[in-house]
Design a protein around this ligand. Structure first.
Ligand code: FRU
Length: 478
């Protein structure tokens, strides 16, 4: 085996083994890195009866650094096994980062497609010169250990009108063929998505380029393309969007275009629709789990103007909860997966007709039905929903976060997953969501509701996370 790979694996394992997350704000129902830094979810799949989630991981530096693929797996999406790192930056074609990508489950194993990032030292703009974005395939027969890596495509294999920014392959099988979509930036600084086709998953041919009539940003990161209830959806994370307003208030955007026609030939893209209206939601990835499509995103934002205080405790960032997608009136709705309800413990039910204050457990699933306007305040965060829109404001512990807004229409219900430093709001059965990290000094949470309605508060227990080595030794003993 590659000596660098073996050293990096050992170093990552040692960094994980010697780390005990201490201090406040470690989430219980959101996946966080075992140590160090986490960003995009990668390679979501259900392989041989187990869910796998990989993620962009910098185990040696909570502030970021060269990326690996970290790895969790689960049988039920609520109890997890923390597996050894799957991919390390250990080849000349991925030496500065094993960047984002996706998984394809085949009969003989797990095929992982990702971007191998290479950056040269020197005076480069790193757009037209000075870097490589390689498309790499990694194979694992058992879904735990890497067997081999293979360089599939280099920048010269992409259309010549593209800059060196081409990355984040998402691969799927359809009509007996394999398809791959990658995010790209053209020489004219317009965002695009490249479509490739393959008969065998190894030899790829560029067959189409998806773009808007007028550029929508200069780069689309982390594209995803799928059909749901007969509608094709193109998810992208646009950088450089000039338009402002609800859902476009963050450093970079994240949302989708409805796509009509055939992504392989003639197609039309509809209006861009933001996926989430909070501060911290980026690089989502979906996969088909039997008959439902699940999505999970990074609960963070690249190059954000705020900082997170957990860096001082040796870790940073987490993923959103798993969300089930549905299409309603041509728009995507997202709801936390049902499995989370298995983590419910004690239940309390309240009616309120003006104002109500309740103590909250550290991890809570709060389900509110109401008519019309509603305001709530919760340890440094407030949400005000009236006249068809909602404003989420972080008053304390935002570390730079202030206010985000969303158009919601009339408020019928609201669900909140509040998890010590990660909070997700789902308005009207998930028609609108707002996700945020915040770091309240007072972890004894209290919720005040202003308005009229009912609230059910479920205390939740944390997801169980076991180390892979422990599951292996437990198996040996039985
Ligand atoms: C999105 C992103 C991807 C890239 C990865 C690197 O957050 O910039 O485009 O592959 O992160 O960590």
């Amino acid at each position: 085996m590659n000596a660098l790979r073996s050293d990096l694996q050992k170093l990552a394992a040692a960094a994980e083994a010697s780390f005990r997350p201490e201090g406040p704000w470690r989430p219980g129902i959101h996946l966080a890195p075992p140590v160090g830094w986490l960003n995009d979810p990668n390679g979501l799949c259900c392989f041989q009866g187990e869910y796998h989630i990989f993620y962009q991981y910098a185990p040696f530096d909570a502030g970021g650094g060269v990326k690996f693929w970290g790895h969790y797996k689960s049988k039920d999406l609520i109890s997890w096994v923390q597996c050894p790192v799957m991919l390390c930056p250990d080849e000349p074609y991925d030496i500065h980062g094993v960047y984002s990508g996706s998984a394809l489950c085949r009969e003989d194993g797990l095929y992982l497609y990702y971007t191998g990032n290479v950056k040269y030292d020197g005076d480069f703009d790193y757009i037209h010169a000075g870097r490589e974005g390689n498309t790499v395939l990694a194979y694992s027969a058992d879904g735990i250990r890497l067997n081999w890596k293979l360089l599939l495509l280099r920048n010269k294999d992409y259309p010549s009108e593209m800059t060196l920014h081409v990355r984040d392959p998402k691969v799927w099988k359809q009509d007996g063929r394999y398809y791959m979509i990658q995010g790209a930036r053209t020489q004219e600084d317009a965002a695009a998505a490249l479509i490739f086709e393959s008969k065998d998953g190894f030899q790829w041919e560029h067959i189409n380029t998806l773009r808007t009539a007028k550029p929508f940003g200069y780069m689309w990161e982390c594209p995803d393309l799928f059909e749901i209830d007969g509608q094709w959806i193109l998810i992208v994370c646009p950088q450089g969007v000039q338009k402002k307003g609800p859902g476009l208030e963050n450093r970079y955007a994240c949302g989708y275009f409805p796509l009509w026609g055939d992504f392989r030939g003639d197609y039309t893209l509809g209006e861009f629709i933001p996926l989430d209206f909070g501060f911290d939601f980026y690089a989502p990835q979906t996969f088909l789990d039997r008959d439902r499509r699940l999505l999970i995103a990074w609960m963070g934002m690249p190059d954000a103007e705020y900082t997170n205080p957990t860096v001082a405790y040796g870790w940073q960032h987490c993923l959103t909860s798993f969300r089930e997608l549905r299409l309603k009136g041509g728009r995507l709705c997202m709801r936390p997966i049902q499995e989370l309800e298995h983590l419910h413990e004690e239940t309390r039910t309240y009616s309120f007709s003006e104002r109500l204050t309740v103590d909250l457990p550290e991890i809570a699933d709060i389900q509110i039905t109401c008519g019309g306007a509603l305001s709530l305040a919760l340890s440094g965060i407030s949400l005000k929903a009236e006249n068809g829109s909602a404003a989420l404001t972080v008053h304390e512990g935002g570390y730079g976060r202030d206010t985000r807004t969303a158009f919601t229409g009339g408020l019928r219900n609201l669900r909140i997953l509040a998890d010590s430093s990660a909070i997700e709001f789902f308005v009207n059965d998930g028609e609108v969501s707002l996700s945020a990290r915040w770091y309240p000094a007072d972890l004894c949470l209290a919720l005040t509701l202003y308005g009229e309605g009912q609230a059910v508060v479920y205390a939740m227990r944390s997801m169980e996370i076991t180390k892979y080595a422990e599951t292996v030794s437990a198996k040996r003993k039985t």
